[in-house]
Design a protein around this ligand. Structure first.
Ligand code: AMP
Length: 108
């Protein structure tokens, strides 16, 4: 299978605005933000979609990292995971969207 855009970002082949990184995850600003703050939390270990992750600790670390990064950016936020084309997923490398920063009514 060909490498996804997120693997290429992890490997620093293409640039991204990195807001957080550790051995296991990278968090970048979305290139086409759907909210005033829109960050993607991406495991470096490749899986195509979140339901491929079967290890509880690995899944736990993904959510802990997503909430930690979100709290560092925003007081309140939304976490979204699109799973499969029918779920709106476009990049088939697992990632969690952090969305927020709306003032007033949130759009949906
Ligand atoms: P999804 O639809 O859940 O697969 O979300 C993929 C997200 O990746 C979209 O919100 C895109 O705007 C975002 N995206 C695609 N390419 C890049 C990139 N090079 N840098 C940052 N975000 C990207």
């Amino acid at each position: 299978m060909s490498r996804t855009i997120f693997e290429r970002i992890i490997d620093r082949e293409i640039p991204a605005s990195v807001v957080y990184e550790d051995d296991e995850f990278i968090a970048i600003r979305d290139i086409a933000p759907k909210a005033p703050v829109h960050v993607l939390v991406i495991p470096k270990k490749v899986s195509a979609r979140v339901d491929e992750i079967q290890d509880e600790a690995e899944m736990g670390r993904l959510w802990l990292t997503a909430t930690k990064v979100a709290r560092s950016l925003l007081p309140d936020y939304r976490l979204v995971v699109n799973v499969g084309a029918g779920g709106g997923q476009e990049v088939f490398h697992t990632h969690v969207h952090i969305l927020g920063g709306w003032e007033g009514k949130i759009p949906f």
